[in-house]
Design a binder for this molecule. Structure first.
Ligand code: MG
Length: 158
């Protein structure tokens, strides 16, 4: 099984959001942990917060997280001014497609952005939405074993 993200970039700042907008994209679906914030931190870095605020002027922004820890998700919601969906069960596409259906958007208008090939990107790929693989937001400070697991998972990326 190979995963082929449409774009593979180092960080959120490297995504050409203007190009996405002119391609007709209007929904940005973000993974949470290690994509929008350091894992288990429950808060955004200032630069991410600023970026998200700007993006909300042009896009519907949503978090699609596999996280099932209610206390943690509540904490994230308290610092987030857009929808945060937990228990997303990526790479299963049902929750993602239900969400798009609920807000009246097609898969052509949506983008999935995340750090994990086998959950985030595979989910987007299976749902036929544009996918963007980003490096972990904390990749330079992660524990060796976490980096090794990330390295292994990247072997599935075409
Ligand atoms: Mg993640």
């Amino acid at each position: 099984m190979l995963v082929k993200p449409d774009y593979n970039v180092e960080s959120l700042e490297n995504i050409d959001f203007d190009a996405l907008k002119s391609e007709g994209k209007s929904v940005l679906m973000f993974d949470l942990d290690s994509t929008l914030m350091p894992s288990k931190s429950g808060d955004y870095l200032p630069k991410t917060k600023e970026l998200l605020k700007k993006l909300q002027q042009d896009f519907t922004v949503v978090v699609l997280s596999n996280n099932t820890n209610q206390n943690y998700i509540d904490k994230v919601r308290s610092v987030t001014d857009f929808e945060v969906i937990s228990h997303a069960r990526k790479p299963d596409t049902k929750i993602m497609l239900d969400y798009l259906n609920r807000i009246g958007k097609s898969v052509d208008e949506a983008v999935m952005i995340g750090d994990r090939p086998l959950t985030d990107i595979l989910c987007g790929q299976n749902a036929n939405v544009t996918t963007i693989l980003v490096d972990s937001i904390t990749k330079d400070t992660e524990h060796k074993i976490v980096r090794f697991v990330r390295f292994l998972e990247r072997l599935f990326v075409k």
